[in-house]
Design a binder for this molecule. Sequence first.
Ligand SMILES: Cc1cc2nc3c(=O)[nH]c(=O)nc-3n(C[C@H](O)[C@H](O)[C@H](O)COP(=O)(O)OP(=O)(O)OC[C@H]3O[C@@H](n4cnc5c(N)ncnc54)[C@H](O)[C@@H]3O)c2cc1C
Length: 435
Amino acid sequence: MIRTRTEPQPAPLWWQGQAVPAVLPAMPAGEPLPARVDVLVVGAGYTGLAAARETAAAGRATLVLDAQSVGSGCSSRNGGQVAHSIKPTFSALSKRHGADLARRIRAEAADAVVHLRGLATDEQLDCDWQPRGCFHGAHTRRHFGALVANLRDQAPGLEQRITIVPRAEQRSEIDTDFYHGGCVYHDDAAIDPPRLMRALLARAQQQGARIVDHCAVTALRRTRDGFELETSRGRIAARRVLLATNGYTGALSAWHRRRVIPIGSYQIATERLGLERVRALIPQGRNISDSRRVVVYYRPSPDGERIVFGGRASLDEQDPLVCVPRLRQMLCGIFPQLRSTAITHAWAGFVAYTFDTLPHLGQNDGLYYSMGYCGQGVPLAPYFGMRIGQQMADLPEGRTALDGLAFPARPFYFGTPWFLAASVFTYRLLDSLGL
Ligand SMILES: Cc1cc2nc3c(=O)[nH]c(=O)nc-3n(C[C@H](O)[C@H](O)[C@H](O)COP(=O)(O)OP(=O)(O)OC[C@H]3O[C@@H](n4cnc5c(N)ncnc54)[C@H](O)[C@@H]3O)c2cc1C
């Protein structure tokens, strides 16, 4: 059936017709920033807002600056999937760091989910917490075998609730034969991304943190007792500074820029399909991911009426609208029944990968940072943001298993991932060969 299509809106579905994810009261153009603060946070996403809440609660005069509107980085653009999500497996981490530290690193990932669940359920944080789990599909029979084998690769005492789903039973999870079975991660959940961001904003403000949007930090330099920063609203001094810029880390710190790899992740939302149709496609309403190297992730929208589908749609970075046909093709490869479905929204954002696929937090030359969540920042950024905020406030509970780990760089990498297109091409090839 041929349908006339209107162009998708180039904005996240989650922004619900708004131009930006959160509007702060405008700061009058001529009003200066304070001359000096205890803590200055660069970046008002999950990380920066969670950190600011801790430093403000500890009595430190805290200012958060964002170059754009608050949360307009990844924190209002993501897929809202909450997974137990430090990438390296227990055995891979054990080889690198020994079994004890490996277990403690994996425990941080579990703690991040527990923390977010606690905020959502105990503190009633308004983020549309949906504890429905995740179905992870096997792309080939071989991948299914690997999934089953990997179930044994869990840190002792941190075993997740996982159920294997053979291909013959897969339709109870997803209405497709695309996968060769899979498994269900029962403790995963979904949230509404900008709602979580706005709730973290409110928590930071309630503790007295001040947040200013559309104010870029353009330079920083060390002084005897902290830092002096140039901003688009003038100069400011800060005793401690946090870089909470993740995939948007720019020229401000060359050291950090050499350590995070910004990678575009692209999403589309279908037109309203209706509750029944979405339930027929994904009967348990879970998040879905799969075992391909070029990641795809999708889920019902928070209102259960649409499918929101994301992944890497191009070799190099593109306008999100350019990626719509390919993402649509990927979606219809899984659900051929959506062939005539229109796409109403398309958007993208920059996640931050690291060379060891671990998040990193700590300080370098006095400059605090927490970044590199490798596309898993929905639980990790609020959690490690909280921890780095506690470290900045000299609180012992801020300590983590990741403290003191080397944050690796690579020769000839200065912040522009020139190797990305070749890597995506190779991964696609391996995926298409079913390897
Ligand atoms: C399309 C997409 C889908 C995703 N899906 C998921 C998912 O399903 N599950 C999951 O766990 N994770 C997901 N992620 C990743 C997750 O959203 C991020 O890891 C997380 O939001 C990072 O939060 P953050 O606060 O560290 O960074 P961000 O939210 O990106 O915030 C960084 C901020 O820094 C600001 N900034 C940068 N430089 C300056 C400067 N010089 N001065 C002032 N401000 C500056 C930027 O404007 C930006 O607002 C996804 C990401 C994308 C893009």
